[in-house]
Ligand binder design. Structure first.
Ligand SMILES: [Zn+2]
Length: 54
């Protein structure tokens, strides 16, 4: 049984072309940049940082 880091996965949908991909979300990051594999638009994705969730 793995007691290591919690891996949070989320499906990111590109607002430009609608391409969807399941990505592993980094912990304790407010937001990060994600490049769409389909159209190469750089998206700003909200992370799961509880401290910054206002
Ligand atoms: Zn796209």
């Amino acid at each position: 049984m793995n007691m290591g880091a919690i891996i949070t996965k989320s499906v990111i949908t590109c607002p430009d072309c609608g391409f969807r991909k399941e990505e592993t979300m980094p912990e304790d990051v407010c937001q990060f940049f994600y490049e769409c594999e389909n159209c190469h638009t750089v998206l700003v994705v909200k992370g799961v940082c509880a401290n910054c969730d206002k």
